[in-house]
Design a protein around this ligand. Structure first.
Ligand SMILES: Cc1cc2nc3c(=O)[nH]c(=O)nc-3n(C[C@H](O)[C@H](O)[C@H](O)COP(=O)(O)OP(=O)(O)OC[C@H]3O[C@@H](n4cnc5c(N)ncnc54)[C@H](O)[C@@H]3O)c2cc1C
Length: 483
């Protein structure tokens, strides 16, 4: 028996799952790009049980892979193929521990599903603003560990901005309890910030205190056709000015992204009848009962039309129409899958460079030729765009995309680097972007990350092979040394 098989035998049987039909749901990543193996999935019921598991793993030198909702795009939650890594899921740790309405804060178990946190906040007439297409299944522990962005980051910030304190089980099994929901707390290093975006490589997040906000009282959502890609950011600036920075979402959607989706889902409708090359889904909210947001948005819209930044548009007249707009935006990744999949580039540049990046990247793909299709969309208000390349219809998509990833992707990433942007805007490094980090990442930062990993996790048992490169002992080496 290997140490990895041995550790589960030391745990209460109720928290160990060995059924490979269940485990199989966690050994392949969301995009089905990575497939691993694990002999057991551990489902602790409390922070103390997590600590017990981690202590045992530390004692026996067994690697642990935390998995949340398994919606990540970089294979961060997928074990390797050795069958010698244990999976740990916090799905049973899904309680709201406290809502302090006066302090505008919520403290939760890390296994809470994101949409359940929305509901809990709403029951107290408050709002938790992190919002992603995967919110019905991703867990807040996963959101924190990937530092998720989402569709409201423009106004409320990314996860890093929303977290006030964390409870973490460190790789030696100690519990670092820093759940204080204080807005100001300068007692030395903000260690919890290191865990945000660490993708499970420094410890297991078991609880979080986070900021809440007043819920919107009015909301205006528009779907606009825009003239030129270079008009994107001037348009956002205008919207911010008219609404007093009430814009929460500013999502770019290329016509190709829409076309790909509508071709496969004819039940969905174009919000604007005349096709345009570029669209923006814009949403602004206010929690003020007296500020006339609808007037501000109408004035913005009229100004945009008169300056010919906006060529057409529609403001949602009902909740249903708003949902229809968002439905289109959220199903774009599915549209790509239904059209043979894509090579994804989740990149960010300065907002001021966004138009130029999209233009230069598009002509780069055009020059490559072969009929490659480009699906471009994303949270451009945050300087983040999904610049995805699809195969033309009628060719072997997987062979074509393979060539794209070796021949086109490097040029796209070179362009991003030249613009001092990021090759990973939202999704992290996981195992997918480790080679990119080696090529484009700052070597001094890489060294510091490796050093931090060693301080937190000298045995390299926490999610090995993700975020920082590591060589852990092979299963047979462990077998000799640990039992
Ligand atoms: C339809 C769709 C839309 C999406 N939209 C967005 C978006 O707008 N913005 C965005 O940023 N992402 C988006 N994503 C990506 C994904 O949903 C996010 O990265 C999300 O935060 C992952 O959460 P999860 O619970 O599924 O984590 P998982 O995928 O299970 O895990 C992600 C990483 O976190 C680690 N981890 C999980 N739980 C813990 C824990 N408790 N402690 C320590 N480490 C842990 C895992 O080991 C892994 O490295 C989208 C995905 C889908 C499928």
């Amino acid at each position: 028996m290997t140490p990895c098989e041995h550790v589960p035998t030391l745990l209460p049987t109720e928290i160990v799952v060995r059924d490979q039909d269940i485990i199989g749901g966690y050994t392949t990543d969301f995009r089905k790009k990575y497939v691993g193996q694990s002999p057991a999935l551990l489902r602790p019921r409390s922070t103390e049980e997590v600590a017990e598991i981690v202590k045992l793993c530390s004692r026996h030198g067994v690697a642990l892979v935390p998995v949340g909702g398994n919606t990540g795009y970089c294979g961060g939650a997928t074990p390797d193929g050795s069958g010698q890594q244990l999976l740990i899921s916090l799905q049973r740790m899904n309680k709201v521990r406290e809502i302090d309405a006066d302090n505008l804060s919520i403290t939760v178990d890390a296994g809470c599903i994101l949409s359940d946190i929305h509901k809990a906040a709403a029951e107290e007439s408050l709002m938790f603003p992190l919002s992603l297409g995967s919110q019905q299944s991703c867990q807040i522990g996963g959101n924190i560990s990937t530092n998720a962005g989402g569709v409201s980051a423009l106004r409320y910030g990314i996860t890093r901005d929303l977290v006030l304190g964390l409870e973490v089980v460190l790789p030696d099994g100690q519990i670092l309890s820093n759940l204080s929901p204080l807005r100001k707390d300068n007692r030395g290093y903000a260690l919890h910030q290191l865990l945000i975006g660490a993708e499970g490589s420094l410890g297991i997040v078991t609880g979080a205190s986070m900021r809440l906000f007043l819920p919107p009282i009015s909301r205006v959502t528009g779907f606009l056709a825009i003239r030129e890609i270079s008009d994107l950011m001037p348009l956002l600036a205008k919207a911010q000015q008219y609404t007093g920075e009430a814009v929460t979402s500013f999502e770019y959607i290329s016509d190709t992204s829409l076309e790909l989706l509508l071709a496969k889902k004819p039940e969905l409708r174009r919000p604007i009848a005349d096709p345009s090359s570029h669209y923006v889904l814009i949403e602004a909210v206010t929690s003020s009962p007296i500020l006339p947001l609808d007037h501000a948005m109408e004035a913005f819209f009229e100004d945009g039309m008169s300056e010919e930044l906006v060529t057409d548009g529609v403001i949602a007249a009902s909740e249903q129409q708003r949902n229809d707009f968002w439905n289109l935006r959220e199903h774009i990744p599915e549209g790509e899958v239904l059209n043979g999949g894509s090579v994804k580039h989740d990149v960010s540049v300065r907002s001021s460079d966004m138009g130029r990046f999209i233009e230069m990247g598009s002509s780069l793909v055009e020059r490559y030729g072969g009929g490659a299709r480009l699906s471009i969309y994303g949270h451009v208000g945050d300087g983040n765009v999904h610049f995805n390349v699809l195969a033309p219809q009628g060719v072997d998509a997987s062979a074509f995309l393979e060539k794209v990833s070796t021949e086109v992707s490097p040029r796209i990433y070179d362009l991003v680097a030249k613009m001092e942007g990021s090759f990973s805007a939202e999704y992290g490094l996981g195992q997918d972007k480790m080679p990119l980090n080696k090529h484009y990442g700052d070597p001094i930062k890489r060294d510091l990350m490796n050093a931090l990993k060693t301080v937190f996790d000298p045995q390299k048992i926490m999610n090995p092979g993700k975020v920082v490169p590591t060589r852990i002992e092979t299963a047979s080496e462990k077998e000799v040394s640990c039992l």
